[in-house]
Ligand binder design. Sequence first.
Ligand code: SF4
Length: 316
Amino acid sequence: MSDSSFIFKHLSDLLAYLELPMDEKYDLTPSFLLQVPLHYAQKIEKNNPLDPLLLQILPLLEEKKQKSGFTKDPVGDINATQEPGILQKYNSRALVISTCACSLHCRFCFRKHFNYESTEALPNRLDRWLGSHPDVHEIIFSGGDPLFTSPSFFKKLTDSVLKHETVKTIRFHSRLPVTDPDRLEPLLPILKTIPLKKNAILVSHVNHAKELDEKSSALYKTLREARFTLLNQSVLLRGINDTVKALVDLSYKLFSQGVLPYYLHQLDKAEGTSHFEVPDSQAIHLLENIRIELPGYLVPRLVREIANEKSKTPLC
Ligand code: SF4
């Protein structure tokens, strides 16, 4: 496999590449399609069905199970929608669904059932909406992955925010630094100009130390030098990062790449993700133990997002 832009879309190809046999628990026809860039697949240990990166991307028949409390809109996105693609949950901040696309499909995704609309008209809509909402001081670009988009659309979208004096901070939530960092390169010239005009924050989504590599390190360095604040949020996932060692290793590795751990999220209860759930009692126990191992600045806040609440809810 030499084409670095290659993306696995068929389970049989991915299993062959990873030297893994087919298993009857895998789902060959998932409704949330398999999508794995080669860059991410290269970090998965071959012939290891329990690799923590593999478990994040492998479609299982378990996803078809219904479990009480697991819904299609786990964090109240529908109720928070102000206009198509513009959501407001918390005071002074608004969230923009920049795109439906992601480089990697995470099986535990909280927006796997989200009804994405076309984003073509989003820059004008956002510009107009911000004009009538001067109390909004921070724009959070989310998705999908807001950095997995074309430079021309990205420029239009960010320009529609940069022109508003009332917006002081622009934040991007992205998994691209660890899933397919080369795809982010064309956006760098635009990204680098943002901290010259506003506070700029990148919140990566990294769940395991093995996801971080030389490429993520180089990318973070570039963004740090451009004066981005770099934070990370993780999701606590059963069998993937639900040990003291995994979480401690992740915090240290993030710090070695200039990124501070910010949130450790309890799983958002999206339909078809219950097999990833870690009970609250276990999550709190883990946090208490990593607090013993780590300096305070490397301990993420353990939180849950509860639909229609006015902030994230700390669990301990
Ligand atoms: S990168 Fe984020 S939005 Fe995209 S599939 Fe993963 S969790 Fe969902």
